[in-house]
Design a protein around this ligand. Sequence first.
Ligand code: G3P
Ligand code: CA
Length: 267
Amino acid sequence: PPIERPSLPNYDFLIIAHRGASAYTTGHTLAAYEMAVHMGADYIEIDLRMTKDGKLVALHDSVVTLHNAQQAVADVTFDEIQLLFPGKEFDKNHLAYTLPNLEDLRVVDLSEILFHFGDSVNYYIEMKSPEEYPNIEEELLRQLREHHLLNRDDATPKVIIQSFDAPSLKEMFALEPSIPLIQLYKFSKEAKLSKKELRELTKYASGVGVNVEVVNRKFIDSMHRARLLVHPYTVNDEDLMRSLKKFGVNGIFTDRPDVAYRVKNEK
Ligand code: G3P
Ligand code: CA
């Protein structure tokens, strides 16, 4: 018989802090993740890429500017990436950010994040462009196992893995079927999946992550009928959060976990 897909226990409205509390400080820094935890996030969201020396680095973009040149993350070492100061590099046009000492913030790798937070938080990890990083799945699993984050009895899974890349998620399911997997989509018009696509998806995924602009009630209901969770991204407007909660989405990616916490706890 096919292996059962894991699910989340109570169809909750999960607060997934997109790159940490990234509305308030530089995303993908320990400061951003810390702030998200203090604001009541259920998960910290981490985009992962792999450096030339095999480190899993928390970075959204595939290319960085180093030594005055554009370079692929896959072509530089983690030590070289440490030359970047994310507060300075990424936020210079966003004067709304409030955290002091932005220039001190560092790019971090997964190992440092896992040593820092251990099992005190939940991780919602995106494998970004995994086809560019051979064996990223194995390395990610190795680290999660090393930190005893898998196959536990927590009410909410410690780790969820997401990707736009279906082959990579399928590989992950084959390697470690206990982790809930979220297939990401970016629809240009209406959010819609054919019966054939749904059949394929339910072989490995526990849910879908969908750009919020195209999400409607019909789509949410059709995913639920297929026993798939729905996590729209990226939701920062309070009224929209409220509507989505009413529509029964199972979580939202947000840069503003404090606002989501307020909405989540409204009667
Ligand atoms: O992972 C869901 C959402 O974060 C995808 O968009 O570009 O912010 O990683 P991006
Ligand atoms: Ca992401």
